[in-house]
Write a protein that binds this ligand. Structure first.
Ligand code: KG4
Ligand code: ZN
Length: 362
């Protein structure tokens, strides 16, 4: 049994949490989970401004840690390890988080455990449900889209990713072009309710290509073209916007459901004897109702058990970093305590359509 403090500041959430548990069993106890979002600071800009984010992290990190300790009733000296996100993410936020963790570690002598943010997401189903290794993971957020085979701490195979935009990014951009405000995903979902998804013909990119890679940029452009046409014809009505949102959402769902089915087939070729493997879905986009329903129904057909960790643990938080740190600490996995804006989570060689100009981002 170990108690770990987790610190997260890689994007626009300043977070700290205390988690207690046994790495082998999973199902950790979340003693506290403090998250400060920066939505108000970035709202006027329509997206996260890295410099503003970094400064806000620097101001709030110690407050988050102090609150997390206080709420948990645990004294810092009783903590077994301090886990901190070292990447991937925005450099300023990573530096602020690492500085905070290093200060605490230096002052207390408690060991530091560097954590990959994406491994934090990937191991969340173990924290919440004790999901047994290996399992299939779909990570769908504003910054990422990844299919991972999660084999154990520090051991993940990437079998698919996005070759351009992340799904949440596409939702956000569609919301922006339709003037729906932020956060884009929930606005588009709300607007899509009652819309006709079949009115506009929108593409399902890469569905005709083998493998599990996805693409959202063409879909986003198609939405933009429909919008421009409607505007040129005299403007968009509420119904037009609802239909366009519904069409986009259905296309994004079809792509993610279709590619998830392929990822399952790939999983089965590697682990043919797994009787009912887990399929965990995390990231902010996993909040999307129609997407959840589509993934759940498909998983049932394919003999997988779909698992959606509670949303507050799917979006960025400190508990997931604490848990990943707890598993890594127990496994004796260490690493460099340096900020890594690009930090691949996978241990297998890069394959697929996209590995990025400067190497894989994730
Ligand atoms: O995981 P997350 O909180 O942050 C990171 O990106 O790391 O994900 C945020 C993303 C945003 O792009 C947001 O628009 C999207 O998740 N999102 C949704 C929904 N709720 C949040 N996308 C579609 N439907 C939703 N209901
Ligand atoms: Zn995240």
């Amino acid at each position: 049994m170990a108690t770990v403090l987790g610190i997260e500041s890689s994007c626009d959430e300043t977070a700290a949490a205390l988690v207690r548990g046994n790495a082998a069993e999973g199902r950790g106890e979340i003693l506290s989970n403090i998250v400060f979002d920066q939505m108000d600071l970035h709202a006027a800009y329509g997206g996260v401004v890295p410099e503003i984010a970094a400064r806000a992290h620097a101001e709030k990190l110690d407050v988050a840690v102090a609150q997390a300790l206080e709420e948990s009733g645990i004294a810092l000296r009783s903590v077994d390890a301090i886990a901190v996100t070292v990447g991937p993410g925005l450099i300023g936020g990573l530096v602020a988080g690492i500085a905070c963790a290093q200060g605490l570690s230096l002052g207390s002598g408690i060991p530091l455990v560097p954590v990959n943010h994406l491994e934090g997401h990937a191991l969340t189903p173990r924290l919440t449900d004790g999901l047994a290794y290996p399992y299939l993971m779909l990570l769908v957020s504003g910054g990422h889209c990844l299919f991972l085979i999660v084999r154990g701490p520090g051991h993940h195979d990437r079998i698919g990713t996005t070759i351009d935009d992340a799904p949440g990014e596409a939702f956000d951009k569609v919301a922006k072009m339709l003037d729906l405000g932020i956060p884009g995903g929930p606005k588009v979902e709300a607007m899509a309710q009652g819309g006709d998804p079949a009115r506009f013909r929108l593409p399902r990119p890469l569905m005709d290509r083998p493998g599990c890679d996805v693409s959202f940029s063409g879909l986003k452009t198609a939405v933009r073209m429909v919008r421009d046409d409607l505007v040129a014809q005299g403007g968009m009505t509420e119904t037009d916007i609802a239909d366009l949102c519904a069409g986009f959402q259905a296309a994004a769902r079809d792509v993610l459901v279709g590619k998830s089915r392929r990822a399952m087939a790939q999983f089965r070729t590697i682990f043919p004897r797994d009787t009912r493997p887990g399929f965990a879905i995390a990231g902010g986009v996993a909040a999307n109702g129609p997407l959840r329903a589509g993934l759940e129904a498909m998983a049932l057909e394919e003999g997988f058990t779909a698992l959606f960790p509670p949303l507050r643990l799917c979006t960025d938080n400190g508990a997931m970093i604490a848990w990943a740190g707890l598993e890594r600490h127990a496994a004796g996995l260490t690493g460099e305590i340096t900020p890594k804006p690009r930090f691949p989570v996978a241990t297998n060689p890069m394959t697929g359509l996209w590995t990025g100009k400067r190497g894989a981002k994730v």
